[in-house]
Design a protein around this ligand. Structure first.
Ligand SMILES: NC(=O)C1=CN([C@@H]2O[C@H](COP(=O)(O)OP(=O)(O)OC[C@H]3O[C@@H](n4cnc5c(N)ncnc54)[C@H](OP(=O)(O)O)[C@@H]3O)[C@@H](O)[C@H]2O)C=CC1
Ligand SMILES: O=C(CO)COP(=O)(O)O
Length: 330
């Protein structure tokens, strides 16, 4: 099968390799001229060290070439840039497989909602615990492919044929996308905990209590609560809150050291989707009147320069209540 991958950051690059290893012809759209030259000359990228991309992948700087090459487009452009990259292109006949995780700040929409607005009828989102660096090294990884129509999710699931990247299917597109977005916000909180002292008790509490925020927000938007117990929910939450590769977690560590967000992001080439997404989540929580205490505190630390220690103290001294876990919601 011919497949176009749009976006040559770490994830688009790693996914191009998986698709090529699955036997497909891949054309990867590369925005930056310097990176395109490096890929064409050496089949290497500065986004993933020690990876030489297989011969089955070709590279282009012309997005129109990708649109002509295939009707199956994998998107790895970060959420806040989807509209500017795809906005003037005709998506009517395309199936979009979205790989990005976040909520668009200007519209408060999920990636599949943005793509539908831009004209595609068929959108599938892949999400789950999947660091690009590990996928590139063929470390066993599992994710979920979600669509409103389960047949679409299964179609994308079955595109993958390797022994290191296993895909499950789901019909809960909302739940999978909300999970992917929210876990990036919670990963910033995890980084704050690491920066303050690497407290194990607090990290475990964070991961567990975050699932309640997933359920509260997701349910209001039409998600199935059980999805948060799966790969896109708890699975991705664990990997991003505990793994050394997470860019969102790294942002949290720097916030804990007292750095301001502008300073942290200034020289970063990589994306931390949790930063704009936590602002979108803050707006959504007000609009929908949903209680998301941890996410809101992350917003206040980033955008109101609240001291993280005070944020934690306020979370710890909230009104006492009964525990309701996600299992009780199933
Ligand atoms: N990396 C990972 O392990 C995983 C990432 N994801 C998700 O994949 C998505 C892409 O992230 P990832 O590949 O990691 O990104 P990276 O941090 O590796 O790279 C940043 C990407 O953003 C692009 N970019 C920067 N500015 C713009 C702009 N103005 N317009 C268009 N593109 C721009 C860069 O393009 P350029 O190089 O041309 O500047 C590059 O492709 C995110 O939503 C992320 O959450 C999901 C699973 C795993
Ligand atoms: O989504 C990811 C792993 O599943 C990557 O997380 P970061 O964007 O925080 O690095």
């Amino acid at each position: 099968m011919k497949i176009s991958v749009i976006g040559a950051g770490s994830w688009g690059t790693a996914m191009s390799k998986v698709l090529s290893d699955s036997g497909h012809e891949v054309l990867l759209w590369v925005r930056e001229k310097e990176l395109l030259e490096l890929l064409n000359e050496q089949r290497r990228s500065y986004y993933i060290e020690d990876l030489t991309l297989p011969e089955g992948i070709r590279f282009t700087g012309d997005i129109h070439e990708c649109f002509e090459f295939s009707n199956l487009l994998f998107n790895a452009v970060p959420v806040q840039y989807i509209r500017s990259v795809f906005g003037r292109l005709n998506l009517e006949d395309k199936t979009v497989v979205n790989l990005s995780k976040g909520i668009e700040l200007v519209s408060l929409k999920r990636p599949s909602e943005i793509f539908k607005e831009l004209g595609t009828f068929r959108v599938v989102t892949i999400s789950g615990p999947s660091y690009a660096d590990e996928v590139a090294r063929e470390i066993p990884t599992t994710v979920v492919s979600a669509a409103e129509n389960i047949q679409d999710a299964r179609f994308v699931r079955d595109i993958f044929r390797t022994n290191y990247f296993r895909v499950y299917s789901s019909d809960d597109l909302v739940g999978v996308e909300i999970s992917g977005a929210l876990k990036n916000v919670i990963a910033i909180a995890a980084g704050i905990i690491d920066g303050l002292g690497g407290w194990y008790n607090t990290k475990a509490s964070l991961i567990t209590r975050a699932t309640v925020e997933f359920i509260r927000l997701g349910s209001r938007l039409g998600a199935k609560p059980g999805t948060f117990g799966g790969l896109a929910g708890i699975g991705d939450l664990i990997v991003t809150c505990t793994g050394k590769y997470s860019r969102n977690r790294a942002v949290g560590e720097e916030l804990a050291k007292g750095k301001k967000i502008e300073e942290i992001l200034k020289n970063k080439k990589t994306v931390a989707e949790g930063v704009p997404t936590c602002k979108a989540i803050f707006e959504l929580s007000k609009r929908l009147n949903v209680e998301l205490p941890i996410s809101i505190e992350v917003y206040r630390v980033i955008y109101e320069e609240k001291d993280p220690r005070i944020a934690i103290e306020e979370l710890m001294t909230r009104k006492q209540k009964d525990e309701i876990s996600w299992l009780q919601n199933l």
